[in-house]
Design a protein around this ligand. Sequence first.
Ligand code: GLU
Length: 488
Amino acid sequence: MVENSSIRLRFAPSPTGLLHLGGLRTALYNYLYAQHFQGKFIVRFEDTDQARNFSNAEESILKALRWIGLKIDETIDTKKGNFGPYRQSDRQEIYQQHIEQLLAQKNAYRCFCTTEIIAASRTQQKIQGIKAIAYDRRCWNLTDETIAAHLQAKKVFCVRLHIPENQEIDYEDLVYGKIHFKTANIDDFVLLKTTGIPTYNFAVVIDDHLMQISHVFRGSDHISNTPKQILLYQAFQWKIPQFAHLTLIRSNVATKISKRHFVPENFLQYYIDAGYLPIALANYLALLGWNPANNQEILTMPEMIAQFAGQELNKAESQFSIHKLKWINQQHLNLLTEKRFLQLAKPFLTKIAQVQNIDQTIINPWALSVWPQIACFADLEQALQIYFQNSQLNYNSESLSLFQQNVFLLKEFRAQIKQVKTWNIESIGNVLFVVQGKSLLTKKRTFTLLRIFLTNQEKGPRLRNLINLFGQNKILAITNHWLQPQKN
Ligand code: GLU
């Protein structure tokens, strides 16, 4: 593959908790775009908000990204990549150097105002009826002597960007098109906090530039940060990356998917536990905000990469639908070989076999028989129940009355089953053929009735397959149970 060193995208999560589906989709889009143009995909951890950092979050985020199938070219645990460190807390010196540069250029200034002074100024502005309350810039005008004296006295300070007055900022967003801002509405925001820790808006620009990031796909909640970041690029005279702000995903369990509201269904772990295929989840998330040019719905990772060129991204919010995800998972399940299906289902099957106290080898053919019915591996437990029921099923009154009306069918079926010498799919097929012929019912009706009588369910594996897997003795035991009232 020809590499394209000018295409570099990053996913920049804050390690503040588990990765939610919205974040995962952002990562996926960055990855697909990078891969489409033979570029690089980088994961950088933005851990400047120390209070909100969460232990193991980095590890769990990387695990989630890799689980879903993303290959990370550069991050905290990859050997490759000359643009590290890939964790902001390890880049302190770099930020400091750039702060010095902005101070020297007079694009930024030290602000020695205490929280009390700032609060008082805000109150004052409110009283004056000022709507866009902002920092009043009193430290912008400090003389070099005053600054030196404050530093000498070890006064605490933060560093603010000096926003140029009355400028217009325009940029072209890949999703939203032209976006326009006026500097009049932007406060002299903080670049470096009094603790010496950089703010997100500052660190993100330094890192994106030094890591040579060409495109930034991120959540639309960052649109309002973009002009601030553009002003920083301008202050440094750096090239501005291409931005693409992604619309939010509406969850079917909470109003919007966010990591601040913990609803398990909004997080990847829920789908891993339920046994969804990574590719199905990637496929579904990709479609939440993007329409492939040919409207293909079921896509493999290489197909998504081939089609994802940053076009066809939706401006409208997308709605997460578990039904659609289930359907997509089913389509991907259908594409598996038997061997792969069993391999992937194994953790679920082992658990079921343990609970039921049976051998794993017995459960495999059963699992294959219910394959077309399940939406995800967690459904195996329910679908396999038919094999764990004993021969004395608890039919409801409706089924019992069906028995009464179809005693002939039951008797015939039992008689035919009894006569089978070689138990296999073909001989069972013959039994069903003969029984249906004699019953004078349609094939569909005959099979539905037999299915209800054998499993107490209206749906399930293919009938001949099911009968074969039950075995002759179990079928005889069940039919014996059916016909007992007649015997008495
Ligand atoms: N750390 C930011 C977040 O998690 C990244 C935003 C960005 O991609 O610039 O939202």
